[in-house]
Design a protein around this ligand. Structure first.
Ligand SMILES: Cc1cc2nc3c(=O)[nH]c(=O)nc-3n(C[C@H](O)[C@H](O)[C@H](O)COP(=O)(O)OP(=O)(O)OC[C@H]3O[C@@H](n4cnc5c(N)ncnc54)[C@H](O)[C@@H]3O)c2cc1C
Length: 377
């Protein structure tokens, strides 16, 4: 069975690895010359998922973080212990996964940008195949390849989703981040506010990844936050930029065509946790489900929704509520979590599984529903 995959990020690379390992004929088309670049990611990840699925080389783990603070607009904060959060070399991660795919027989075509697709009839067994058009950016030649299945793992503004009618009316946050010298105590600082979310994530004791994600006025929020963290001359200190759109999970979108021949995975399918806007682990879970469905003939959408649909949905509800919070609401929320029994919940439950945590929180704090209600209605 022939499978074309567009995009060599975590979703595309991991799908390719699993499918090639199962003996499929897999080709990845990646538009950039170097896999993993340019980077548009902070690289914070809960390490156990990675450790289970990938044999992550030590040199890709840039830092291990054992505590985080959530800081309210009034500067009150909650401090929580983290069990196994790591900061990864994100470009290195993409290359590592792509190498795993290649070792198992996947072919990788860099500098090839997916342009379009059409259905054709192979004539051999009346089975419809897909013709994928990818432009070779080194010589501008259009390559046309026939495939049985197509995986769109081409990120938030997925051209595969657009070409196959699966793009829908998705919405985005703008993520803007820089790497910059900032003295720190090796804790991740999150700053939720009515402007969006901002963060300081230490790479080492003197350098951090500092950024914001917002659905409006992102540049202004970014400039204010950077000035507060690194001073008004922050522009002179910037070591690197990493920015990009972050899709908001949309449960109404379809992630596969009706015939099951075109699948979307990762950001292309909006598989992003809405409150923290993290999507690496979700891309890997999506890739696992895409591979399982093609290997075993099972329904892709049912598979991934069973694994993470509820968590993504609860994350979305939390985000929707938070979008309407005022700074005063954020102060109350952080105040609620400063109570020891609630703070412990944050420590105990994995950020990727909010359904477990949300229920316990409601039992502890039924009053929190009033805050949510105020935001939703
Ligand atoms: C500022 C920022 C910070 C973030 N921080 C975190 C974080 O700390 N933790 C976390 O878990 N998530 C984070 N995310 C989200 C995370 O980066 C994504 O969820 C993750 O990269 C999704 O992986 P993916 O493989 O689906 O897509 P991508 O990583 O976007 O990969 C898509 C690939 O497809 C290629 N491509 C695109 N179009 C085409 C085309 N037409 N033809 C060929 N190739 C194409 C791209 O070049 C790219 O290599 C962050 C995002 C942003 C913007």
């Amino acid at each position: 069975m022939k499978i074309a995959i567009i995009g060599a990020g975590p979703a595309g690379g991991f799908s390719a690895y699993l499918l090639a390992k199962a003996g499929m004929d897999v080709s990845i088309y990646e538009e950039h010359a170097t896999i993993g670049e340019p980077v548009a990611c902070t690289g914070v990840i809960t390490g156990d998922v990675m450790a289970r699925q990938l044999q992550l080389p030590k040199e890709l783990i840039l830092n291990k973080i054992s505590k985080a603070r959530i800081i309210a607009p009034n500067k009150e904060f909650i401090e929580v212990r983290l069990k196994n959060d790591i900061i990864i070399d994100r470009a290195g991660l993409d290359r590592h996964i792509a190498a795993m795919a290649e070792e198992n027989g996947a072919k990788i075509f860099t500098n090839h940008r997916f342009e379009n697709l059409e259905y054709c009839n192979s004539g051999k067994n009346e089975r419809e195949r897909i013709i994928v058009a990818a432009k070779n950016k080194t010589n501008n030649e259009m390559k046309k390849v026939e495939t049985d299945f197509l995986i769109g793992a081409d990120g938030p503004v997925s051209s595969v989703a657009k070409a196959s009618g699966l793009f829908g009316n998705r919405k985005f946050y703008s993520g803007i981040q820089v790497t910059i010298p900032v003295k720190n105590d090796n804790a991740i600082d999150f700053y939720p506010s009515e402007n969006g979310i901002a963060w300081v994530v230490p790479e080492n004791e003197g350098v951090a990844r500092v950024g914001i994600a917002a659905n409006k006025e992102a540049n202004a929020h970014f400039r204010r936050f950077l000035t507060a963290v690194a001073g008004s001359d922050y522009e002179k200190k910037i070591i690197g930029w990493q920015a990009g759109p972050i899709p908001i999970y949309d449960p109404r979108l379809k992630s596969a065509t009706k015939d099951g021949k075109i699948l979307l995975v990762g950001d292309a399918a909006t598989m992003v946790k809405a409150p923290t806007l993290g999507g690496i682990n979700q891309s890997l879970i999506g890739a696992q489900c895409a591979a399982d469905s093609l290997i075993n003939g099972s329904n892709y959408e049912k598979l991934w929704k069973k694994k993470m649909g509820m968590d993504l949905y609860i994350s979305l509800l939390m985000r929707k509520a938070m979008e309407k919070f005022s700074n005063t609401d954020y102060n109350s929320l952080v105040g609620t979590f400063r109570k020891e029994k609630n703070r412990k919940l944050l420590e105990k439950y994995d950020r990727d599984e909010p359904r477990k945590f949300a229920l316990k929180l409601l039992l502890n704090e039924p009053g929190i529903l009033l805050l949510a209600k105020k935001a939703w209605f």
